[in-house]
Design a protein around this ligand. Structure first.
Ligand code: TNX
Length: 545
């Protein structure tokens, strides 16, 4: 049946006749399952062309949806036989996962948006019991470096849901572009949502285009994205990065920068890749500005967690700035790292007062971790280990393992060879919980995330290529109960199931990387990357490319 991610438990009904979905099949939705039934009907009606009408009350329908309070919210059971299919969820999310499993059982054509002539639909007799390993099964999409239009984001959410992933970390702001409309500060998108040109490949290649790049989401677009995701049980976690990665905002509002050391009025949205020196000034006025920004962010995004970045914040400007130094003295801080920590702590409190929680990149450990903060551990496992041992929640996303901008094969043909070779098998062998954590600390690893940074992905087609098939392997890592020892994982078995999964990706229209390599049009000849040689080293030992 080639289910991906692999369920906890599958029992096939050896020799028992299958269920056949047909034009007269009806859906019986028990109380509390109406929304799940609507979603399932929408997906299966599109693929099959059948109406899948609601069954009259009390009739034992062919497709039955029900809730079982004994199950955890994301847990589900699926039972299929000649007389029907029963989907039982702990909550609506569990039912949604059951629906995705049913889609896989129906075959690749269940992923199409209209039926092909002569299609038939059978579900083998089977009993599935399933529940996720982690509550946070995420993917980061960087829409700042290259903007992805709304329709592409909705499509990406469908792809996540199809793989039982449940967090979309949307990287909305960075040096190269500000992508979220803020009503109070229209220049953030007026000036900050576009740049004049872009680097093509790494700096060393010396190539630039002369093509203005830009785009942003209106608040209504984002509300639509959030609601679309919620209907598929995907939570959108917004990221507004601070105090570094802010050149686009400073280009829009020069007073946000360190005006005593740089002429911020002369800055534009950054046209380079890398880490800009232009960081926010640490004044009270800047804190107020970002509080106002975040007030609008909170209105749009109901997620408990709000990501405030905190990564890669070069301190040179604060070192040189009399105003920043005066601020350090005034606050009685030791150095620039404590100043950064002061900014993060401020927003940790500010978010907590509003019932939210701050999450940031592992640099927020430097200068002291804010009391309520959770950590995205990206420079290896190390930050996550320190944070989990200190009782903080952690999302493991080490760049050595799950940075999907890194190349997925060695070889000349691989488009924009960046970072380490991270093959499908490498991702399949990624273990989010490092063995050095004891049980209590391990419980603070609330999940894992794969990150798609888009410096070298110009559009959705490029994202498809880098994300898939690796995101399918990642989904299994985050969902399934795999052996904790990466070497003990059944890679051959996964590869066999992938043979059944590629046709699903085809039906979804995903332009993934084929096992034999890029198709001619997926190559990017002549664009210089920055390959890193050799394996990425032991946990936490790698350095950023
Ligand atoms: C590091 S991950 C970054 C990103 C880059 C990425 C490229 C993180 C917190 N910062 O800004 O896009 O590397 O792999």
């Amino acid at each position: 049946m080639d289910l991906i991610p692999a369920p906890l438990h599958v029992q096939t009904g050896a020799g028992a006749p299958p269920f056949v979905l047909h034009a007269g099949t009806r859906i019986a939705a028990a109380p509390g399952t109406e929304a799940a039934a609507r979603r399932l009907r929408a997906e299966l009606s599109a693929a099959t062309g059948f109406d899948l009408d609601p069954a009259p009350a009390g009739r034992d329908g062919d497709l039955v949806l029900e809730l079982d309070p004994e199950l955890a919210a994301e847990e589900y059971r699926l039972s299929a036989g000649a007389d029907g299919v029963r989907l039982t969820g702990g909550g609506p999310a569990g039912l949604a996962h059951a629906g995705q499993t049913l889609r896989q059982l129906l075959g690749p054509a269940a992923y199409r948006s209209a039926p092909l002539p002569g299609a038939s639909w059978t579900v083998p007799a089977v009993e599935v019991r399933d529940a996720p390993r982690f509550g946070w099964r995420g993917a980061l999409l960087d829409v700042s470096r290259h903007f992805m239009p709304k329709a592409g984001v909705l499509r990406f959410i469908d792809q996540l849901a199809a793989h039982k992933l449940n967090v979309l970390h949307l990287h909305l702001t960075d040096d190269q572009g500000w992508r979220i409309e803020i009503r109070r500060y229209p220049e953030l998108t007026g000036a900050g949502a576009w740049r004049e040109r872009s680097m093509v490949g790494y700096r060393a290649g010396g190539r630039r285009d002369d093509q203005p790049h830009g785009g942003y989401y209106t608040q209504d677009d984002l509300r639509e994205i959030v609601a679309y995701a919620a209907a598929r049980h995907v939570t959108v976690v917004p990221e507004v990065d601070l105090p570094g990665h802010n050149q686009a905002a400073i280009a829009a509002y020069p007073e946000l920068g360190n005006t005593d050391v740089v002429d911020t009025a002369a800055l534009g949205t950054w046209t380079d890749w890398g880490v800009s020196e232009n960081i926010l000034n640490p004044s009270e006025a800047t804190l107020r500005f970002y509080e106002n920004v975040l007030e609008e962010v909170l209105e749009i995004f109901p997620s408990t967690f709000v990501h405030l970045g905190g990564d890669e914040c070069p301190k040179d400007q604060w070192k040189a700035s009399p105003a920043a130094q005066a601020r350090i003295a005034e606050l009685g801080l030791k150095d620039e790292f404590e100043l950064q920590s002061h900014v993060i702590r401020h927003f940790d409190r500010w978010l907590a007062e509003r019932g939210r929680r701050l999450i940031g990149w592992d640099e927020i450990l430097e200068g002291g971790l804010a009391p309520g903060a959770a950590v995205s551990s990206w420079r290896g496992y190390e930050g996550g280990i320190v944070a989990a041992n200190a009782g903080h929640d952690v999302v493991m996303c080490p760049e050595q393992h799950v940075y999907l901008d890194h190349r997925q094969a060695d070889g000349e043909d691989e488009p924009v060879p960046v970072g380490w070779v991270r093959t499908l098998e490498d991702v399949y062998r990624f273990e989010p919980v490092p063995p050095q954590l004891d049980e209590a600390a391990a419980a603070h690893v609330i999940g894992a995330q794969a990150n798609i940074w888009t410096e070298f992905m110009n559009d959705g087609r490029d994202v498809d290529y880098k994300a898939f098939p690796r995101l399918a392997a990642f989904a299994e890592v985050a969902w399934s109960d795999l052996p904790r020892d990466p070497a003990a994982r059944d890679w051959a078995g996964f590869e066999r199931r992938m043979a059944g999964h590629y046709p699903r990706l085809d039906a979804l229209g995903i332009e993934y990387r084929r096992p034999e390599g890029p198709r001619p049009w997926q190559r990017k000849p002549g664009i210089v990357g920055r390959p890193l040689a050799g394996p990425p080293g032991p946990s936490g030992a790698g350095t950023a490319p």
